[in-house]
Design a protein around this ligand. Sequence first.
Ligand SMILES: O=C[C@H](O)COP(=O)(O)O
Length: 249
Amino acid sequence: MRRKLAAGNWKMNGLRASLKELEKLKDEHPDPGCDILICPPATLLAPAVDMCWSSPLFVGGQTCHHKLAGPHTGDISAEMLRDVGATAVILGHSERRADHGETSEEVRLLAQAAQEVGLTTIICVGESEFQREATNTLDIIGGQLSLSIPDGSNGENLVVAYEPVWAIGTGQVPTADQIGEVHDFMRDRLENRFGYGVGKSVRLLYGGSVKASNADEIFAISNVDGALVGGASLKAADFAPIITALENA
Ligand SMILES: O=C[C@H](O)COP(=O)(O)O
């Protein structure tokens, strides 16, 4: 049985004052029926970990470098994330792929580095609007899955997030059939590559304009084990009802 996961990606948002949202989330969900992960910007990782210590909230990073240490100004290694108390890291988000030219092959190297130090890797895949219109969504997703996910992945160290690029921050959400088609396809691919048991154990998240108002419908779709939430994870008042919807799904 896969434990559901509500993950919040704060992206490049949040100052120290924003950490009060974590206190509110802890108050709202003292004993959650799903995992809750918050991925704040790197500047807030240490205080967020301190604040979430011995609470049900987990803290994660938004990317990492593939090397353990060295002359890479501005970068953060997976070991540093682990050392500060993060338990997970988002990798290959479409904004990283677009802004920093990350390829799927590079994402796999980052994921290997993160898995080696014991982090759970949330690997993001998703098609652009152009690719969807050209009706090759499953080819794109299949290619990203094959190239981005390292061998040796399993239900403990891998989570996959399906995030159609055209749905991120736009308010546009795919239909339930569209989400279901991709999630079923991803499940098949994982089972084929890693074997039925392992493939079945990997959690699959949907991400892209998830809100309290559409969460029930999204969480009812087969093979949707949770969400990777951007904008609606910044305020506890918006994120808490999404978590509740997941608990009730
Ligand atoms: O990582 C989160 C996703 O990019 C979704 O962002 P959004 O919920 O603001 O659309």
